[in-house]
Design a protein around this ligand. Structure first.
Ligand SMILES: *Cc1c(COP(=O)(O)O)cnc(C)c1O
Length: 369
C-alpha cells in the first residue's frame, strides 16, 4: 500500500482528488471543437487569477520555460536589463539573461532580506538605458516578498518593462497585473494553481508587446507571436498537455467560485497561523519580510536540518522543503498554497514538534555516552 504523506512543499503542491480524477479521462484530439472550448474556458479563467484583461499564454513546460520566454520575446542581444536577486530564483533571472547575451545589472541582497523599491529606483536612474526589470513576487527559496506594487509604479515611469516571476506567488500573495501596471507575469502549474507540474504561463501588457516588435533574440517554441495567432482560435501552436489542461479547468472553476480575493485572504490567514505556531515552538523565521505563499524557518543550531527534513518525510509522513544552495540544512520551508488547509499545517507542525524533541533527545544521549 502507498504510504500516506502530507505534502507541504512550495511546489509541487497537493492536487484535489476530484481534479486527479479528471486526468484519468481518455485522451482526445486537440485540433477539435472540444479542445477549443476547453482551452477557451481555461484561458479566460486564467485572466481572473492573473488580474488582467490581456491574454494569458499557456506553454507545455515547467515555470522556468515561461521565465525564459519572458526574456527571449522582449529583448535583443546586448540589451541592458536589471535583475533583482533576493534568492535562488532571482539569481535564475540573471543566469537566463546572461545566457542570452544580455547585459545584466544585478541588484543583490543577502538571503532572507527583501529589496527596497528605493534601491530599484536608484538603479534605474543609474541605468537609464535599461529595457527591462526582472523581479520575483515571492522568492520561494527564502520566503521573502518583494513590494511589486511600489516597484511597478517606479518602473512604469521609465521605458523599461517590468517582468514578475509569480510562479509561486500567483493565487497566494496579492498581485494585480493590470492594476499595478506589471508588464509581464509568468507562472507555473504546480503551485497555487493546484495541478501537477508541466504547464507554464505568461501574460504581457501592451508596453511589453511594443518591445516584442523590435526584440531580435531567437525563439521558436516560446514565440509569443505564434501563441497569439493560435490563441485567436483558442488553440496552441504545438500539442498541448491536454490532460493538465483538463485538470486546470477544474481547479480554475473552484478558484473562480471562491474568488481570488478570498483565496489571498485564506492564504494570508494560514501564513499568520503558521508563523505564530512556529514562534510558539521557539523557532525563528528566516525571512525578514515574509510572503504569504510560504514560511521559511531557521533550523535551530542544535539540529541537523537535512536530517530533520528527511526524518519528517521518510519516517513521519510529512514532507517539508529543505534549503536550496548555500541555505541547505539552514532552513526548512512550509507552503500555504492552494489545496493546503489549516488541518494539514496543524498535523505538520505537531509532527515537527515531536521530531525536534526526538532528535534533541538523541543528541543529548550522544553527548552523555
Ligand atoms: C518553483 C519556482 C520556479 C521554478 O519553476 P519550475 O516549475 O521548477 O521551472 C521559479 N521561480 C519561483 C519563484 C518558483 O517558486
Amino acid at each position: 500500500m502507498t504510504k500516506r504523506n502530507i505534502l507541504l512543499t512550495p511546489g509541487p503542491t497537493p492536487v484535489p482528488p476530484e481534479v486527479l480524477k479528471v486526468m484519468a479521462e481518455p485522451i482526445f484530439h486537440h485540433r477539435t471543437p472540444r479542445y477549443r472550448e476547453l482551452f477557451r474556458e481555461v484561458s479566460e479563467n486564467l485572466k481572473l487569477v492573473f488580474r488582467t484583461q490581456e491574454s494569458v499564454y499557456t506553454f507545455t513546460g515547467s515555470g522556468t520555460l515561461a521565465m525564459e520566454a519572458s526574456i527571449a520575446n522582449f529583448l535583443s542581444a546586448g540589451d541592458k536589463v536589471i535583475t533583482l536577486e533576493a534568492g535562488k530564483f532571482g539569481e535564475r533571472w540573471t543566469e537566463i539573461a546572461k545566457r542570452y547575451g544580455l547585459n545584466a545589472v544585478v541588484v543583490k541582497v543577502p538571503y532572507g532580506e527583501t529589496i527596497s523599491p528605493e534601491t530599484l529606483e536608484q538603479t534605474l536612474q543609474a541605468n537609464p538605458g535599461a529595457k527591462a526589470v526582472y523581479a520575483t513576487l515571492c522568492e520561494t527559496s527564502t520566503g521573502v516578498l518583494l513590494d511589486i506594487e511600489s516597484m511597478a509604479r517606479i518602473v512604469a515611469k521609465t521605458q523599461a518593462i517590468f517582468v514578475v516571476d509569480a510562479i509561486s506567488g500567483l493565487a497566494a500573495d496579492r498581485l494585480e497585473m493590470d492594476g499595478w501596471k506589471v508588464d509581464v507575469v509568468v507562472s507555473g502549474s504546480q503551485k497555487g494553481l493546484m495541478i501537477p507540474p508541466g504547464l507554464a504561463f505568461l501574460a504581457a501588457s501592451k508596453k511589453a508587446w511594443a518591445l516584442n516588435k523590435t526584440a531580435k533574440l531567437p525563439r521558436y517554441y516560446v514565440d509569443l507571436g505564434q501563441c497569439e495567432k493560435s490563441l485567436k482560435d483558442w488553440d496552441t501552436p504545438f500539442t498541448p498537455a491536454l490532460t493538465l489542461v483538463l485538470a486546470l479547468r477544474e481547479t480554475l472553476k473552484q478558484m473562480k467560485q471562491e474568488g481570488i480575493e478570498r483565496i489571498w485572504a485564506r492564504t494570508g490567514k494560514l501564513a499568520v497561523y503558521t508563523r505564530e505556531q512556529i514562534k510558539n515552538l521557539g523557532l525563528e523565521l528566516f525571512s525578514k519580510k515574509p510572503a504569504n505563499t510560504l514560511t521559511a524557518v531557521k533550523v535551530p543550531a542544535d539540529i541537523d536540518g537535512e536530517k530533520l527534513v528527511s526524518t519528517l518525510r521518510d519516517e513521519k509522513g510529512v514532507t517539508l522543503a529543505g534549503g536550496q544552495g548555500s541555505m541547505k540544512g539552514q532552513v526548512f520551508r512550509v507552503s500555504h498554497m492552494g489545496f493546503i488547509r489549516e488541518s494539514d499545517i496543524k498535523i505538520g507542525l505537531s509532527v515537527l514538534k515531536e521530531t525536534l524533541e526526538e532528535l534533541r533527545k538523541k543528541n543529548t544521549t550522544k553527548v552523555h555516552v
